[in-house]
Write a protein of this length. Structure first.
Length: 81
């Protein structure tokens, strides 16, 4: 039982690390592309920012789903009897 819990905690650490790494890289690339798009065509700034905010909201919702899954694994682990 203790090995299952330690494996679960290790998997949670890996999931959180990869999630934050992916989101950080994604937001960095997204910010660079937004700056490039607004620099090329400043008139479309409102449309570009609106699209970016939609993408960031979706990323945040997916991160919250990950946290819900992690808390489910921590407190209601189906592998532990």
């Amino acid at each position: 039982m203790e090995s299952i819990l330690s494996s679960t905690v290790s998997a949670i650490g890996v999931m959180l690390g990869l999630a934050f790494l992916g989101i950080g890289i994604g937001i960095g690339i997204l910010g660079a592309k937004v700056a490039e798009a607004v620099g090329r065509n400043p008139e479309t700034k409102a449309d570009v920012v609106h699209s970016v905010m939609t993408v960031l909201i979706v990323m945040t919702i997916l991160l919250l789903f990950l946290f819900a899954f992690i808390f489910m694994l921590l407190f209601f682990n189906p592998l532990v009897n």
